[in-house]
Ligand binder design. Structure first.
Ligand code: DQA
Length: 142
């Protein structure tokens, strides 16, 4: 009963990076929140971060191969550019839930399009770090 939590570019700098937009919690803080909630739900959290697009593609394939229950995916800027991620999500049967700390729909025009959203089952955005926990609760219902 494993949930893959995949984080894309620049999210390693969370907490330091534009805290007015993304908040002061680090990715490790979020991992801790997810592990606490995961324990209550009986779910194991596999939390990862990469700055490389193809690594996210490989990890989506791995989620399927490992029989993960779901993937929470914050593809960060690749959300808005990556047909490869769209195709990878379509290529697997593992359900993917899109997550964003901010609400991209209220920001620059170039953040309004989401390739991830074209294939993801659900989207949680604009709730900051807590959105990851909301997305985990949603994954538990799948
Ligand atoms: C983000 C939103 C993206 O538009 C941006 O490129 C990010 C983070 C978010 O979590 O709010 O890097 O995915």
């Amino acid at each position: 009963n494993t949930i893959f939590v995949l984080n894309g570019p620049n999210l390693n700098l969370l907490g330091l990076r534009e805290p007015d937009i993304y908040g002061s919690d680090t990715l490790d803080d979020i991992a801790g929140m997810l592990e606490d909630r995961g324990r209550e739900l009986g779910l194991t959290i596999d939390m990862r971060q990469t700055n490389h697009e193809g690594m996210l593609v490989d990890w989506l394939h791995e989620a399927q191969a490992e029989g993960a229950k779901a993937v929470l995916l914050n593809a960060a800027a690749y959300t808005h550019t990556s047909i490869a991620l769209l195709d990878a999500i379509r290529a697997i049967t593992t359900p993917v839930i899109e997550v964003h700390l901010s609400d991209p729909s209220t920001r620059e025009e170039f953040r309004h399009k989401s390739y991830v959203g074209m294939a993801a089952k659900q989207c949680v955005q604009g709730l900051g770090a807590k959105g990851y926990v909301v997305a985990l609760d949603a994954a538990a219902l799948l």
